[in-house]
Design a protein around this ligand. Structure first.
Ligand SMILES: NC(=O)c1ccc[n+]([C@@H]2O[C@H](COP(=O)([O-])OP(=O)(O)OC[C@H]3O[C@@H](n4cnc5c(N)ncnc54)[C@H](OP(=O)(O)O)[C@@H]3O)[C@@H](O)[C@H]2O)c1
Length: 280
């Protein structure tokens, strides 16, 4: 028999404190929900807007009705802005002197033809998807370091995209700078894995394929709609909340304490789907 102590806790997050940026909707809200269901003590969610049907307040209200002991707390902050990130750190420190899990999920995209690309769109995408993620990791490191131990390191998870490992869209609806920003996010994660590993912080990347969301729905329509994308996917569907929940809980749980600097694509394998079922 092998020695697997505490196997029943291997995929649990009991007692953990997490922060999920972009936690008010979409993949960030799926992640925050999963963390609370997996036993997290507190999940901070952050986004720019507090009010409205997609704001932080409605998400916190829903999360706090899950019927678990853990609590959701909302803090508005624009994580493309370094001063705002510094303020976010201070807000967290008002109640918690350490942080176990940082999920850098908030992201922006932009699509359009190559030559007329407005410079502001490239700046927006890079500021949030790359510079903002770097500064989130940098400014939260003291709190993450306090929480990590050799046996149970604290975790940074960067939400990238399969656009960071493929060239998904060029031409009229090209997403070149988005794709570049996500490729940078992948490599940032590897750099942080080596920089912060000795300080008991691991860093990994989750790269989703298409999940219906405010950010993705426009592009899904341009590409022919959900059915067309489902038909082209080896798993014959798009991503669902549980697909993100599973990989996030895994990467932040004791099961992944020795996984550092890895990319996990969650796309049903569609990025490999150049080959077709043979008719020969
Ligand atoms: N859905 C997909 O198919 C897909 C595929 C690949 C990768 N991704 C990646 O997954 C992540 C989440 O995307 P999603 O599809 O869940 O998008 P979404 O539903 O549009 O949610 C984006 C979240 O980020 C917040 N946000 C946006 N800009 C922000 C800023 N400057 N500062 C703080 N928060 C900000 C939004 O709230 P506010 O607007 O109130 O700030 C919202 O909470 C992104 O990094 C995206 O690139 C998504």
């Amino acid at each position: 028999m092998s020695d697997l102590p505490s196997f029943d806790r291997m995929f649990r997050l009991d007692g953990k404190v997490a922060l999920v940026t972009g936690g008010s909707r979409g993949l960030g809200l799926h992640t925050a929900t999963a963390f609370l269901l997996a036993g997290a003590k507190k999940v901070f969610i952050s986004a720019r807007k507090n009010a409205g049907p997609e704001g932080i307040d409605q998400a916190v209200e829903k999360l706090n009705k899950l019927g678990v002991s853990g609590k959701a707390v909302g803090i508005a902050a624009n994580v493309a802005n370094t001063d705002e990130i510094a303020r976010l750190v201070k807000e967290v420190q008002k109640t918690d002197d350490k942080l176990d899990i940082l999920v850098c999920n908030a992201g922006a995209t932009w699509g359009g033809p190559f030559e007329p690309t407005p410079d502001a769109s490239s700046q927006k995408v890079l500021d949030l998807n790359v510079r903002g993620v770097f500064n989130l990791a940098r400014l939260f490191t003291p709190l993450l370091e306090k929480a990590g131990t050799p046996q149970d390191p604290s975790r940074i998870v960067i939400v990238s995209s399969t656009a960071g490992v493929t060239v998904p869209h060029v031409g009229e609806h090209g997403t070149i700078m988005y794709s570049v920003s996500k490729a940078a996010a992948h490599h940032l994660s590897r750099q942080l894995a080596v920089e912060l590993g000795p300080r008991n912080i691991t860093t990994n990347t989750v790269a989703p394929g298409f999940f219906p969301s405010k950010l993705a729905n426009g592009l899904i329509e341009i590409l022919g709609g959900e059915q067309e994308l489902k038909d082209a996917n080896p798993r014959k569907r798009l991503g669902e909340p549980a697909d993100i929940a599973g990989v996030m809980v895994y990467l932040c749980s004791p099961a992944a304490s020795y996984v550092n600097g890895e990319d996990i694509c969650v796309d049903g394998g569609v990025r490999y789907a150049q080959g077709r079922q043979s008719k020969l």
